[in-house]
Structures are given as C-alpha cells and as structure tokens.
Ligand binder design. Structure first.
Ligand code: 5GP
Length: 218
C-alpha cells in the first residue's frame, strides 16, 4: 500500500459523500492531491464544465479510447460509460500531486488488479436516515426511480467485503482527516474495526425496508 503519492481511490454507495470528500481533499492540499478527471458519455449537469468535473465524450469517442488502450479502467453505470484515462495515473514528475479518483466499484476492482500502488477507501454514510433521504432526492423522483437508486446502492454495499479500508463520513472535515491518515499509512489504527460491518447491515436493512415501502406506494 502506498504512503504518499500513489492514486487515492474513493468508492462506496452513492449518497455516502465520496465526491465531496474528493473535492475537499484536493482543495485542502492542491500541491499534494489532484482530482482525476474521468471521461464519460453522460450529459453535463448544470454547472459542470468539460475538463473540470468530467471530460464529456460521445460513445464513439469513448469506444475509440477503450480500443486504443487509453483507459486504466472503465465501467458502464446507469447506461453511460465512465473511465479513468491511464495518463491520469502516471504523474508527470516525481513530485506531481497524487491523483484522487471518485469512481464506481467495478472500476475500483479493475484498478486493484492492475495498479497495486492504489489506496482504495470505501466511504460509508454515518447512518440510514440521512442517507436514505439523500438518495431519495428532493421528492421530485418517482418511487420507481428512488427504488432503482436504492437497489444500486444495495449492490454497492454488497461489495464492501472486498475492501479493507473504510471511512465513515459523519462529518466532512473528519472524513477528510481520516482519508489523510490512511494516505500517511495509518491503516490498522482504526478504533473500532467492527463498525463498518455493523453499519453496513443497518444501511442494508433500512434500504430494503424503504424499497418495500416504495413498492407498496406503487
Ligand atoms: P455521476 O454521473 O453521478 O457523476 O457518477 C455516477 C457514478 O460513476 C459514480 O459512482 C461515480 O463515482 C462513477 N464514476 C465517475 N467517474 C468514473 C470513472 O472514471 N470510472 C468508473 N468506473 N466510475 C466512475
């Protein structure tokens, strides 16, 4: 495991806050960390700029990058392609900032097979209530859409046993500090190693009962 400038890969169920942690980590120490801008075929959302949050590409362009071996990993998420350019993982110089990746679990597992210097951290939300409210959005989505998100999140949580490093995101500043401690080689100093497993069970239970409740609403 790398202490220092290897890639820092954040994974975890949607709604856990990995995007906020990645942004805060980079903002805190830009000489040390740089956000790895992925390529995607999904359309930009309001406020997103090409080359900043993502490089937005057509499916044809994305498939050409796959064929040319330009992606270190890629996956299809909700029907769109997402991938990490291999160039992002090759720092230009010895003291270049470490890339911070916010990617899905399929992509992280590909990287774990290929880039053994990567530090992969599974981010967990602190508890079911706030997490389910976040996944449910602003009440504009249909029950079917919310149930789909919850099922995806359940699939992501089910992958937790493949990971060894966990950070519970109860508070953004503390979560960023915990990620920093792991980067600096603090693995194993966790106070309560059982917590991620218990938390995961509580999250899964709540997500399942919410899916049942939504099904009842039709
Ligand atoms: P969103 O469309 O909400 O920005 O991202 C959807 C999902 O795609 C998130 O789980 C995000 O972490 C993941 N994702 C973003 N970039 C990449 C990437 O380069 N590779 C993979 N495998 N997943 C990514």
């Amino acid at each position: 495991m790398s202490a220092g400038r290897g890639p820092v890969v954040l994974v975890g169920p949607s709604g856990a806050g990995k995007t906020s942690i990645a942004a805060r980590l980079v903002a805190k120490d830009p000489a040390r960390f740089a956000f790895s801008v992925s390529v995607t075929t999904r359309a930009p959302r309001g406020g997103e700029r090409d080359g900043r949050e993502y490089s937005f590409r057509s499916r044809t362009e994305f498939e050409a990058m796959i064929a040319a071996g330009e992606l270190a990993e890629w996956a299809e998420v909700h029907g769109e392609y997402y991938g990490t350019p291999a160039a992002n993982l090759m720092p230009a110089e010895e003291f270049s900032p470490a890339p911070v990746l916010d990617i899905d679990i399929q992509g992280a597992r590909q990287l774990m097979r290929r880039a053994d210097a990567a530090l992969v951290i599974f981010i967990l939300p602190p508890g079911p209530e706030e997490w389910i409210a976040r996944l449910a959005g602003r009440g504009t989505e249909s029950p079917a859409e919310i149930a789909r998100r919850l099922r995806t999140a359940l699939g992501e949580l089910a992958e937790a046993p493949f990971f060894t490093e966990f950070v519970v995101n109860a508070n953004l500043d503390d979560a960023v500090d915990e990620v920093l401690a792991l980067v600096e080689g603090g693995a194993g100093r966790r106070r309560d190693a059982e917590r991620p497993a218990r938390l995961r069970q509580a999250l899964e239970k709540a997500a399942r009962s919410e899916i049942m409740r939504l099904a009842g609403r039709g």
